[in-house]
Design a protein around this ligand. Structure first.
Ligand code: ZN
Length: 284
C-alpha cells in the first residue's frame, strides 16, 4: 500500500523529526527484514547521525554519517511511526497497527532509538518490506539494480509513454503498475489516475489514442499531489475514507461516484483489486 505519496510523507516526517539526531541503538527483531542488506549488522549505525532523508520512487534513503545509508522499501504493508521524547507521535504508511495503539506492536520488526529518546518504529504485518544497510558508494548501484523508470512526480514524457503503450496489448493498468514505465505508482494511484482521465483500467494499452495518453499523463501529477497533501490515502480494511474527493474510486466498491453517482465497481486486473466508475470510464 505505501506508494509514492505515502513514502514521501514518511520521508518528510524523517526530515522534520529525525535528521540531525544521533543513533543510540538499532534493533531488528525479524532477521529476514535484512535479507537485502549488504551490511548485516545494523548496530553499525549506533553513534552515527542521520544527515538526510531522500526518496527514489517508493524507496526511502536515510543517509548517516560514517558513509552509511539505510534504504527501506515498505512494500505492501510497511508502517513508520516516530515517537518524540514528549510522546508526540507521527505515523505514516500502512494503517495497521493502529496509529494511536501500543508500540511496539506484534508486527513491529525494527526500531531506531536516537540520542534524546526519540524513536522510529518499523511495523509490517505482511513482512514483504526490506531494509538495505550499505556503504554510500554502493547506493547508486543498488538503485540502478531496481530498474526504476522516471519518477512519477517528474514531468511525464508523453511521447515515451505513447511509445511504451503502443507495444503492449495488456491492460493499460498493468503497464502503469510496471515500475520501469513510471516509478512510484501503485494500485491506488493508478486507479485514481485512470478515473481522472476517464479511461477504463482493462483497456489494452495499445488501444489508447494520443489524446487519451496525454490526458492520462496529465492526470498522474494531481492525484499524487493530493495523496501527498493528505499525508497518504486513508484506506482502512480495504475501505477508503475519502477527503476532498480523494480517493475517488480506489477502495470505494458499491459507493456512489462523486462525479455521476454510479456505483463504483471492483474487478481484478493484473492480479490486483481494481476500482473504476462504469459510467465515467469508458471501455472504448
Ligand atoms: Zn462516474
Amino acid at each position: 500500500m505505501p506508494e509514492l505519496p505515502e513514502v514521501e510523507t514518511i520521508r518528510r516526517l524523517c526530515e522534520t523529526h529525525l535528521v540531525g539526531h544521533k543513533v543510540r541503538d538499532v534493533a531488528v527483531t525479524l532477521p529476514k527484514l535484512l535479507r537485502q542488506s549488504m551490511l548485516p549488522e545494523p548496530q553499525c549505525l549506533s553513534g552515527e547521525s542521520l544527515i538526510a532523508a531522500t526518496r527514489r520512487a517508493k524507496v526511502l534513503d536515510l543517509a548517516f554519517t560514517g558513509d552509511l545509508h539505510l534504504l527501506i522499501h515498505f512494500k505492501l504493508a510497511g508502517q513508520w511511526a516516530i515517537v518524540l521524547p514528549d510522546g508526540e507521535r507521527h505515523v505514516a504508511g500502512h494503517p495497521v497497527p493502529k496509529p494511536d495503539g501500543d508500540l511496539p506492536h506484534m508486527s513491529t520488526h525494527a526500531s531506531i532509538l536516537f540520542d534524546d529518546g526519540r524513536i522510529a518504529w518499523y511495523s509490517d504485518i505482511r513482512q514483504f518490506g526490506w531494509f538495505n544497510l550499505l556503504p554510500s558508494d554502493d547506493v547508486h548501484g543498488v538503485m540502478d539494480g531496481l530498474m526504476l523508470g522516471p519518477e512519477a512526480t517528474d514531468p511525464i514524457d508523453v511521447a515515451r509513454l505513447e511509445s511504451l503503450f503502443s507495444r503492449r496489448s495488456v491492460p493499460v493498468k498493468a503497464v502503469l503498475l510496471d515500475q520501469k514505465v513510471l516509478a512510484g505508482l501503485g494500485n491506488i494511484y493508478v486507479d485514481e489516475a485512470l478515473f481522472s482521465a476517464g479511461i477504463h483500467p482493462t483497456r489494452p494499452a495499445k488501444s489508447l489514442i494520443s489524446d487519451e495518453t496525454a490526458r492520462l499523463a496529465a492526470a498522474i501529477a494531481p492525484v499524487l499531489a493530493e495523496g501527498i497533501r493528505q499525508g497518504g490515502a486513508t484506506i482502512v480494511n480495504s475501505k477508503a475514507i475519502p477527503d476532498n474527493g480523494f480517493p475517488a474510486v480506489h477502495g470505494r466498491e458499491g459507493e456512489p461516484c462523486f462525479t455521476c453517482g454510479s456505483s463504483i465497481v471492483k474487478v481484478r486486473v493484473a492480479g490486483r483489486g481494481t476500482y473504476f466508475c462504469p459510467s465515467c470510464q469508458t471501455i472504448s
